[in-house]
Design a protein around this ligand. Structure first.
Ligand code: UD1
Ligand code: CA
Length: 474
C-alpha cells in the first residue's frame, strides 16, 4: 500500500514563549517536527507534505535541510483550523491514491509501530478512515470520541462544542488518522465552519466516514500522543525519548552505569560492549565502536571513536576522531579535526585542534597542539605549545616519526621537526630541525660557584638590620 503523509505544523506555539517557531525546538538533537516525520519515513511514506505557517521561512529551510526532497512544504498563511490545513496539504498530493497519514508536527513520541497498526486497521476493514484514540485523566480541551450503543464511533465533538454528557467522555482524539486519499479529498471539500470556533474542523471527516461504515480505532497510550505546547512538555517528551533511546542501546549491548544520567541524541551509534559512565552526553552524529570506555562527564559531539578506545572523565570532543585503543583525558579536549590514530594518547589538560597524532604518539600533560601533523611514536612533553597563529593566519607544525619534544617547548609554526629529532626542554623552536638532530633553543646555563651562599648571607644581614631599626624606634 502506498502511503503519503501530511504533517500539520502551521500553528504558532504561543505557550513556548519563544522567538523560535515551536516545531524547531529540539529534543535529543532533533527538531520536534523531525520525530513524527522519521516515524512516517520508517513506514516508507512518500511524499511527506508539511503544512507550515508561522515562521515558515525558518521551518521550511529546516525541513529541507533535514529531509531533502522527500518533504514538500505548503503554506497556510492564515490558521483557519485543522481542516483548512489538511485541505492545503492535499494540494501537494494531487493525483495521489493510497493512504494519507495525517499527523501533527508537535507530537514527537508517536511511534512507527502504532502508525503501522493504524494503517493496517484501515486496510483490513476496507474503511475510508481509521483513527487513534486514547484515554486521559483530564480530557479538558480535547475532541471527544462519541460512540453509539454498539460502540461504533459516530463523531468527534470538540470540547468547545460539547455539552456536559460529551465532556464527561474520557476517550479523546489525539488527532492522527489514516485516510483514503480519494475519500479525504471529498470529505475536506464538504467541511463547514459552522461551529463554536468558526474553523474548519478536520475532525468532521470522522462523522462522514462513520456514515459509510464502522470507523476502526487503535487505542494508543496517552504518553505516545503527548503534544508539546510548552517547555514543561518539551522536557517531558525529552525524558521519554531519552529513556527509549537508552533502552535501545542497552538491548544492543551497551552498558550504562545509570541510564537516567546518560543523554544520547537520536543520531548516535554505539557498538556492543561499550560502557558509559554517569553524566555522559553523546551528541549529533557521534559514532562509537565496540568495547569503548567512556568515563563520567564526557561530552562527545559529532565524534568518531574506534574500538577499544578510552575516554577518561570530563573530556570534551567535537568533530574529532579517536582511533582504536586511543586514550583521552581525564580533562582532555579534542576540537574539530583532531585525529588520534591507533593507540595514541592525549592526557590531562591537553587541547588538540585540527591536528593528527600518529599511531602511538603521546601528549600526556598540559599541551596545546593545533594545526599539526605529529608522526607515529612522537612524545610531546608537558607544557608544549604549538604557536600556530601569527595574528593573521594559521601555520602548520610537522613532527616526523619518533620525535621527542622536551617539556615546556614552544614550536613556532610554520616549522618542521624531522624524524627522530630531539628538542631540549624549555626550547623555543622557530627553525626546522633535521632528522635525528638535537635542537636546544634556550639560553645556555651558567653555574656560579658559591654564589648562592653569598646571596643568602647578604639577604639575612639585611633582614636583621631592618628588624633592629624597627626595635630601636619603638
Ligand atoms: C485538535 C483536534 C482535537 C484533538 C486535538 C489533539 C480538530 C478540530 N481538533 O484540536 O479533536 O483532540 O487536536 O491535540 O482538529 N494546525 C495547523 N493549522 C491550523 C490549525 C492547526 O497547522 O489552522 C496544526 C497545529 O500547528 C497543530 C495541530 O494542527 O500542530 C493541532 O492544532 P491545535 O490547534 O492544537 O488543535 P486543537 O484545536 O487543539
Ligand atoms: Ca492542541
Amino acid at each position: 500500500m502506498t502511503v503519503a503523509c501530511i504533517v500539520l505544523a502551521a500553528g504558532k506555539g504561543t505557550r513556548m514563549k519563544s522567538e523560535t517557531p515551536k516545531v524547531l525546538h529540539a529534543v535529543l538533537g532533533r527538531p520536534l517536527f523531525a520525530w513524527p516525520i522519521e516515524a512516517a519515513l520508517t513506514l516508507e511514506a512518500n511524499p511527506v507534505v508539511c503544512v507550515t505557517g508561522h515562521g515558515r521561512e525558518l521551518v521550511d529551510a529546516a525541513l529541507v535541510s533535514a529531509f531533502g526532497d522527500v518533504v514538500r512544504c505548503v503554506h497556510q498563511l492564515e490558521q483557519k483550523g485543522t481542516g483548512h490545513a489538511a485541505q492545503i496539504g492535499m494540494t501537494a498530493l494531487e493525483g495521489f491514491s493510497g493512504t494519507v497519514l495525517i499527523l501533527y508536527g508537535d507530537t514527537p513520541l508517536i511511534t512507527a509501530e502504532s502508525l503501522r497498526a493504524l494503517i493496517d486497521a484501515r486496510e483490513q476493514a476496507g474503511a475510508p478512515l481509521a483513527m487513534w484514540t486514547t484515554r486521559i485523566a483530564d480530557p479538558t480541551g480535547y475532541g471527544r470520541i462519541v460512540r453509539d450503543d454498539k460502540g461504533q464511533v459516530t463523531a468527534i465533538v470538540e470540547h468547545k462544542d460539547a455539552d456536559e454528557t460529551v465532556r464527561a467522555i474520557d476517550e479523546i482524539n489525539p488527532g492522527m488518522y489514516a485516510v483514503d486519499a480519494a475519500f479525504l479529498r471529498d470529505a475536506l471539500a464538504g467541511l463547514s465552519s459552522d461551529n463554536a470556533q468558526g474553523e474548519l474542523y478536520l475532525t468532521d471527516i470522522v462523522a462522514r466516514a462513520a456514515q459509510q461504515g464502522a470507523v476502526p480505532t487503535v487505542e494508543v497510550s496517552a504518553e505516545e500522543t503527548l503534544g508539546v505546547n510548552d517547555r514543561v512538555q518539551l522536557a517531558e517528551a525529552g525524558q521519554v525519548l531519552r529513556h527509549r533511546i537508552n533502552q535501545r542501546h542497552m538491548k544492543n549491548g551497551v552498558t550504562m552505569w545509570d541510564p537516567a544520567r546518560v543523554v544520547i541524541e537520536a543520531g548516535v551509534e554505539i557498538g556492543p560492549d561499550t560502557s558509559l559512565a554517569v553524566d555522559v552526553t553523546l551528541r549529533g552524529r557521534t559514532r562509537i565502536g565496540r568495547g569503548v570506555t567512556v568515563m563520567p562527564g564526557a561530552v562527545l559531539t559529532d565524534t568518531v571513536v574506534d574500538d577499544g578506545a578510552t575516554i577518561h572523565a570530563y573530556s570534551v570532543c567535537e568533530d574529532a576522531h579517536m582511533g582504536a585503543g586511543a586514550q583521552l583525558g581525564p580533562f582532555g579536549r579534542l576540537r574539530p579535526e583532531a585525529v588520534l590514530e591507533e593507540g595514541a594518547k592525549v592526557g590531562n589538560f591537553v587541547e588538540v585542534k585540527k591536528a593528527r597524532l600518529g599511531k602511538g604518539a603521546k601528549a600526556n600533560h598540559l599541551a596545546y597542539i593545533g594545526d599539526a601533523d605529529v608522526g607515529p611514536d612522537c612524545n610531546i612533553g608537558a607544557g608544549t605549545i604549538t604557536c600556530n597563529y601569527d595574528g593573521f593566519g594559521k601555520n602548520l607544525t610537522v613532527l616526523g616519526e619518533g620525535v621527542f619534544i622536551g617539556s615546556n617547548s614552544t614550536l613556532v609554526a610554520p616549522v618542521t621537526i624531522a624524524a627522530r629529532a630531539y628538542v631540549g626542554a624549555g626550547s623555543t623552536v622557530a627553525q626546522d630541525v633535521p632528522e635525528g638532530s638535537l635542537a636546544i633553543g634556550r639560553a645556555r646555563q651558567e653555574n656560579k660557584a658559591g654564589y648562592a651562599d653569598r646571596i643568602r648571607k647578604r639577604y639575612q644581614a639585611r633582614k636583621k638590620r631592618i628588624a633592629d631599626e624597627k626595635a630601636g624606634r619603638s
